[in-house]
Design a protein around this ligand. Structure first.
Ligand code: SAM
Ligand code: SF4
Ligand code: SF4
Length: 360
C-alpha cells in the first residue's frame, strides 16, 4: 500500500526533523481534541488473507497481481511488542490483533506471549479458518478472547461471500476448538449486506441463541475504496433487531463499559444476547477510543482515514521509548476524527485506507 504518509514531528527524534515540535508527553491518560481517551490499540499483523470477502478484499482488486507488503516492510514481533509496551505505559488497556487474516502470520502465538507480558487484555479477530489448528496454542500463549467473523450459516451464501469457496463447517470447527480451548465467550461477527445475506439474519440468531457465544451484526461500511459500497446495501441495525424480535423477542441491555461500540440486546426468554454495530446509521465517534497500528508501523486515528502517521523511521532509526511516546502523543492529541457522523454519499467516494490493510 503506497498511501501518502503524514510525518510525525518530534523533537530529538533521530530521523524525523523537529518541525512543529509537540509538547513532550507529560504522563497520564491522553485525550484527543474531542476529549476521547486513548484506550484501545488495534494491531494489524498482516495485510494478507486467505479469503476474498466481497465487502473487504474484492477479488478483482486483490488478485494475483496485487502487491502485498514485503516482509522487510512489516513490523517484526519485537517491534510490535515494544510499541505495545509503550502504548500500555500511556494508558492503553486493550490490544486486539487483526489484519488481513492474523492467523496467516506465522507463529502468532509467539507474538501473543510477548504481548501477554504487558498484562493487558489481548483479543484477536479472525475469519476462523485456521483456528481449529491454533486455538490451544493461542490460549496457552495468553490470548484471552476471540472474535470470529462468520457472515452466513448457509454454505452457498458463505462460500460466495468469502469468495474463496471456504465451507462454513470448517469455521464452525474453529469456533468449537476456540471454545474448548477456553477462549469463550466467543463473539461472532456477521456483516450484513442487503440482498446477499440479510435473509440469514434470523437463522443466525436461531443458531447462536443459547450457545453462550455472542452474535453481533455489523452494518456494511464504506471502508476503503474498492468494495463498491452503496447506502442501499446497508441494512440498518434497527431492522436487524426488529426482524429478530418478531421471532425471538429482545429487550435492550446496558453497555458493559463506556465506549462499547456494540449496542446489546437480550433475548426475553433467556437465550443470551446479541449485539449490533451501527457504524453507518448510529455513529459512535464521540466514544471512539481506538487507535490503529498498521502492519508497516503507521498509526491511523480513524478507520476511514486516508493517511497514516509513520512510526517506522523512529523505530528503525534508534528512537528511545520517550521519543516514541512523544510521537504517539503528537498523533493522538490533535485527533479530531468523526467520519461516521459526517458521512455522505460524497465522502463515501473519497479515497480511504483499505480495511484489510488497517485491520477492522
Ligand atoms: N480477517 C479477520 C476477520 O475477517 O475477522 C480480521 C480482519 S477483518 C478486516 C475485521 C472485521 O472487519 C471482520 O469482522 C470483517 O467482517 C469486518 N469488515 C471487513 N470489511 C467490512 C465492511 N466493508 N463493512 C463492515 N465490516 C467489515
Ligand atoms: Fe480477509 Fe477478514 Fe477481509 Fe474477509 S474480512 S477478506 S477474512 S481480512
Ligand atoms: Fe472512530 Fe472514525 Fe469510526 Fe468514528 S468513524 S467511530 S472516529 S473509527
Amino acid at each position: 500500500m503506497s498511501d501518502k504518509v503524514i510525518p510525525i514531528r518530534v523533537a530529538g527524534a533521530p530521523s524525523a526533523p523537529g518541525v512543529d515540535m509537540p509538547a513532550p508527553y507529560a504522563g497520564g491518560a491522553l485525550r484527543d481534541l474531542r476529549g476521547r481517551r486513548l484506550r484501545d490499540l488495534r494491531i494489524s499483523v498482516t495485510d494478507r488473507c486467505n479469503f476474498r470477502c466481497i465487502y473487504c478484499m474484492p477479488r478483482a482488486v486483490f488478485d494475483s497481481d496485487y502487491r502485498f507488503l514485503p516482509h522487510s516492510a512489516i513490523l517484526s514481533f519485537e517491534e510490535i511488542a515494544r510499541l505495545a509496551r509503550v502504548f500500555v505505559a500511556m494508558g492503553v488497556e486493550k490490544l486486539r490483533l487483526t489484519g488481513g487474516e492474523p492467523l496467516v502470520r506465522r507463529d502468532l502465538d509467539r507474538l501473543i506471549a510477548m504481548l501477554a507480558e504487558t498484562g493487558v487484555d489481548i483479543a484477536l479477530t479472525t475469519n476462523g479458518s485456521l483456528l481449529a489448528k491454533q486455538a490451544r496454542a493461542l490460549k496457552a500463549a495468553g490470548l484471552q478472547r476471540v472474535t470470529v467473523s462468520l457472515d452466513s450459516l448457509d454454505d452457498a451464501t458463505f462460500r460466495a461471500m468469502n469468495d474463496a469457496d471456504y465451507p462454513v463447517a470448517r469455521v464452525l470447527e474453529g469456533i468449537d476448538a476456540a471454545a474448548a480451548a477456553g477462549l469463550a465467550p466467543i463473539k461472532i461477527n456477521m456483516v450484513v449486506k442487503r440482498g446477499t445475506n440479510d435473509h440469514q439474519i434470523v437463522d443466525a440468531a436461531r443458531h447462536w441463541r443459547g450457545s453462550g457465544h455472542i452474535l453481533r451484526f455489523i452494518e456494511f461500511m464504506d471502508v476503503g475504496s474498492t468494495n463498491g459500497w452503496r447506502m442501499d446495501d446497508v441494512v440498518p441495525s434497527g431492522d436487524v433487531v426488529r426482524r429478530i424480535s418478531e421471532v425471538f423477542p429482545l429487550v435492550p441491555l446496558e453497555a458493559s463499559y463506556s465506549g462499547e461500540v456494540a449496542e446489546r440486546w437480550r433475548y426475553v426468554d433467556g437465550g443470551g444476547e446479541i449485539g449490533v454495530i451501527s457504524s453507518v446509521t448510529q455513529a459512535f465517534c464521540s466514544e471512539c477510543t481506538r487507535l490503529r497500528l498498521s502492519t508497516e508501523g503507521k498509526l491511523f486515528t480513524c478507520l476511514f482515514a486516508e493517511h497514516g502517521h509513520d512510526l517506522m523511521p523512529l523505530l528503525r532509526g534508534g528512537a528511545s521509548d520517550e521519543v516514541l511516546r512523544d510521537a504517539i502523543a503528537a498523533v493522538w492529541l490533535p485527533r479530531n476524527d468523526r467520519y461516521s457522523e459526517i458521512r455522505t454519499a460524497e465522502t463515501a467516494k473519497q479515497r480511504k485506507v483499505e480495511m484489510s490493510y488497517i485491520g477492522g
